[in-house]
Design a binder for this molecule. Structure first.
Ligand SMILES: Cc1ncc(COP(=O)(O)O)c(C=O)c1O
Length: 394
């Protein structure tokens, strides 16, 4: 049995109160106004044919000692960005047009495109959603992997599109052949999340590149690279150079992960100017970004030291987690991100409650016939706390 709840009925039931409401946007993988939230017979959020999420209320323990549920960067914001925020707050009575141009210019140089190829947003979620709104206003379908990050898909569906969900392969990478075969005359966009959330798995860069070249001749291909730069050498795997070469590829990036600025809300897309013009005809890029965040972003981009440190510490804490999971005989999906998925033997809700009792916040999903824990990579101390809690309940 599946039940559809809109936001109002969830509020009436108290499911979005207190701890619930604090976590609602990412629990629902995007906040979608009044679009129905489906809860299945087992009280799980239903996202897709393959993906369900276990939730408990309140969603977070009152005191969290290890916050490992939102794939945040525990080291941010960089000191350089903090200083930039403090130094620029006095300018907050003005619109930051000139400074925004400076930031766009910096991003364009980094990505090897012109300023016209860049659209800014308060986080990449905003850009995923705006793209979906514009692309699917007249219906059509969106092709993506299942499971994948649901932000764009949910808005596409709420706008009137249908979703062609293509199961990932056994190794959790995108089934690019099946996705290409699924593109039809009604397809308005293909969405790829690489590395993927919630699996953390990666799809071969060379295969994805060829896929983008072929498929973008028929429909735009949206590649969400939120986690790309968190991995050593990650940036070289990006497909952003295809944008410069004139392919109809849209690449989304965020300052939330590698730059440690999730709460400062800043992200961007690189795409062909004519594709961005369509999106910006009815939406505005960059208007939701505060003066202070623009300065923070400019400072963070110059702070190579912080990015190198984040990559190193993320890798070290992930390696530690892998070793401990192996010792406890847990399998895991090799991750190219700052989170790790591994199958658990407990019921998802029971597991979340046990971890919450230890003041550890994580997530739990059902994918196909398995229940998984998705644990974000925090500091080494947080990972030790997580491992000790896991040992305690094992
Ligand atoms: C794959 C993916 N894309 C986009 C986002 C959105 O990030 P933000 O809106 O903070 O830029 C996230 C957030 O976790 C994500 O996992």
């Amino acid at each position: 049995m599946e039940l559809k709840f809109d936001r109002r009925s969830l509020l009436k039931k108290g499911l979005f109160t207190l701890g619930g409401v604090a976590l609602a946007p990412h629990l629902t993988m995007g906040a979608f106004g009044n679009s129905p939230q489906i809860i299945d017979g087992q009280g799980r959020f239903y996202y897709s044919p393959m993906l369900r999420e276990h939730v408990i209320f309140p969603a977070e323990p009152a005191e969290i000692k290890a916050k490992l549920n939102a794939n945040e960067n525990p080291y941010g914001p960089p000191m350089s960005a903090r200083k930039a925020v403090a130094d620029s707050v006095y300018l907050g009575n003005r619109y930051a047009w000139k400074e925004m141009y400076e930031l766009v210019n910096k991003i364009a140089k980094k990505e090897g495109v012109t300023e016209k190829h860049i659209m800014m947003g308060p986080g990449s979620s905003d850009l995923l959603e705006k793209t979906a709104l514009v692309m699917f206003m007249k219906g059509g379908n969106v092709v993506s992997a299942d499971p994948c990050y649901m932000s764009l898909i949910k808005v596409a569906e709420a706008t009137g599109a249908s979703w062609k969900a293509i199961p990932v392969k056994k190794d959790h990478s995108h089934d690019l052949d099946a996705m290409e075969a699924a593109v039809d005359s009604e397809t308005k966009l293909v969405y790829i999340c690489n590395p993927n959330n919630p699996t953390g798995a990666v799809t071969s860069a060379s295969e994805l590149r060829e896929f983008c070249k072929r498929v973008s001749k028929k429909v735009p291909v949206f590649v969400d690279e939120a986690y790309m730069e968190l991995v050593e050498g990650g940036a070289t795997e990006s497909v952003v150079d295809l944008v410069a070469e004139g392919y109809d590829v849209i690449v989304a990036r965020t300052f939330s992960k590698i730059m440690g600025m999730a709460g400062l809300r800043i992200g961007y897309m690189a795409a062909l100017p004519e594709t961005l013009d369509k999106i910006q005809e009815i939406t505005r890029g960059g208007m939701g970004i505060s003066y202070t965040s623009i300065f923070a972003a400019i400072a963070a981009m110059d702070d190579a030291e912080f990015q190198v440190m984040t990559r190193k510490k993320n890798t070290a804490a992930k390696e530690y987690l892998y070793a401990e999971l192996k010792k406890m005989n847990f399998d895991y999906i090799p991750s190219y991100t700052n989170f790790v998925m591994f199958p658990i033997v407990w019921d998802g809700k029971e597991y979340l409650k046990k971890m919450a009792d230890e003041n550890v916040a994580v997530r739990s999903f059902d994918i196909m016939d398995k229940t998984w824990c998705r644990v974000s990579i925090g500091t080494m101390d947080e990972m030790k706390m997580f491992v000790s809690a896991l040992k305690g309940i094992s």
